[in-house]
Design a protein around this ligand. Structure first.
Ligand SMILES: [Zn+2]
Length: 95
């Protein structure tokens, strides 16, 4: 499954509910899921961590759907096999 296919699946599942909730409410859900992922990363429950990663990508896709953003196009236009800052692969940026 490609990114656009996942986004389309999320649209079929949740677009009506996500649209009614709106951008702000959906963004808050995404933030909550990121916080939950952060909590799981502190532990050792791999299955729970996987589920939180799934929630983060699902809510990211939902937010993209209600804002009309094509995630696959956005991601690949910015991260197309090289770092968008240094243009290298692997990244050679100095942090
Ligand atoms: Zn770089």
């Amino acid at each position: 499954m490609q990114i656009h296919e996942f986004q389309e699946m999320m649209k079929q599942l949740y677009f009506t509910r996500d649209s009614a909730r709106g951008v702000d409410g959906t963004f808050k859900w995404l933030v909550d899921e990121i916080v939950e992922l952060g909590e799981e990363l502190k532990g050792s429950d791999r299955e729970a961590t996987e589920k939180e990663f799934a929630d983060v990508i699902a809510w990211t896709a939902s937010l993209a759907n209600i804002t009309g953003i094509n995630l696959e196009k956005a991601a690949l236009s910015k991260y197309n096999h090289k770092c968008p800052k240094c243009q290298q692969s692997p990244c050679d940026c100095k942090f």
